[in-house]
Design a protein around this ligand. Structure first.
Ligand code: UDP
Length: 330
């Protein structure tokens, strides 16, 4: 009997071919995965001081009870962090509102942002104003942009403050999706004094208010009327967060802005305005949906306050202003 008739040879050849294809496929799968996962960085970015889990700052709390980092000077390595985010080619949007006389704060805000806010990264600042002609010309470094968006004037500062959430929501929906990775929403009557960079990035990022961080929560100015959707009862809440600085990844900030806006509007229909407008709604939101990163009051200090010993650096701070002079209503 001839063992190698035509049919047998064909079967053998087909089997060999199949095994060959299978081998190539498996070899490629094993090779490709680890190569894709390895991030290639310049050697210099891998040379830094040895990290420690037994030495570091002991005068402040650096993690929340839900295990979100609390960012303080001395808890991170800025060079290392920047090198990690550089390889991701991230882009950061920032919103700032300057309605009515608040345009007077834009120059300092924008000029100091150039010096300290995500230096070396792609940054796009959106200025919302009713006075576009008063937006100063500020020289921007490569990769940094500024866009002016017109908004209506208002006779009540409470309304200006409250409408910010709506405008942030719309900006994300109309412009930012697929164009930015992170967004920060900042008060204009403030200046940068020190680095604000990649250490602040996270899913949902809140800044602890400088006025209340040493206080018992019974003293926090949360909205205390149960009929408001911003209500936080006595004996509840984590920290008191600033309405003047918050951020995170786009979809998280979008959800926050959308929720705060709709709660604010639903309250308004029932004739109630929360104690601190959108700041109250933000505080309620951040209590229910915990931020994944908390920034210490270094990230929004107030110029009129003297610096406490745990504040090693002031990165961003609200300027002293005369409310009667600049607000449309006192
Ligand atoms: N704002 C504005 N025009 C006003 C009032 C407020 O543009 O007439 C914006 C501005 O961005 C400001 C923010 O709303 O930084 C918060 O208002 P404000 O600083 O008056 O509140 P505070 O933080 O002093 O309570």
């Amino acid at each position: 009997m001839n063992l190698f008739n035509g049919k047998t040879v064909t079967v053998i050849l087909l089997s060999v071919l199949l095994l060959g294809v299978l081998y190539c496929y498996m070899y490629q799968s094993y090779r490709v995965v680890p190569l894709e996962q390895e991030v290639v960085r310049p050697d210099s970015s891998l040379k830094y001081t040895q990290p420690s889990i037994v030495q570091g700052r002991t005068d402040v709390v650096t993690v929340t009870p839900w295990l979100a980092p609390v960012v303080w000077e001395g808890t991170f390595n800025p060079v290392l962090l920047d090198s990690i985010y550089k390889s991701k080619n991230i882009s950061i949007a920032a919103t700032v509102f300057a309605v009515g006389k608040y345009t007077m704060f834009l120059k300092d805000f924008l000029e100091t942002a150039e010096q300290h806010f995500f230096v070396g990264f792609r940054v796009h600042i959106y200025v919302f104003t009713d006075r576009p002609n008063e937006v100063p010309q500020v020289k921007l470094a490569a990769g940094r942009q500024l866009t002016v968006r017109s908004v209506p004037s208002s006779k009540r500062w409470q309304e200006i403050s409250a409408r910010r959430m709506e405008l942030i929501q719309t900006l994300i929906e109309e412009k930012l999706r697929n164009h930015a990775d992170y967004i920060f929403c900042l008060d204009v009557d403030s200046k940068f004094h020190g680095r604000w960079g990649t250490e602040s990035l996270g899913g949902m990022v809140a800044v602890v208010h400088p006025g209340y961080y040493r206080d018992s929560r019974s003293r926090f100015p949360y909205e205390r009327r149960p009929k408001s959707r911003a209500y936080v009862a006595h004996g509840e809440g984590d920290f008191y967060y600033c309405g003047g600085a918050f951020g995170g990844v786009l979809h998280e900030v979008h959800l926050l802005a959308k929720t705060c806006r709709s709660n604010f509007e639903a309250d308004a229909k029932e004739g109630i305005e929360a104690a601190w407008q959108e700041e109250s709604h933000l505080n309620r939101y951040m209590w229910i949906n915990k931020p994944s990163k908390v920034l210490s009051p270094e990230y929004l200090w107030q110029d009129f306050k003297s610096r406490n010993p745990e504040i090693h650096i002031i990165r961003f701070s609200g300027v002293v202003k005369n409310y009667a002079e600049i607000r449309p209503n006192a």
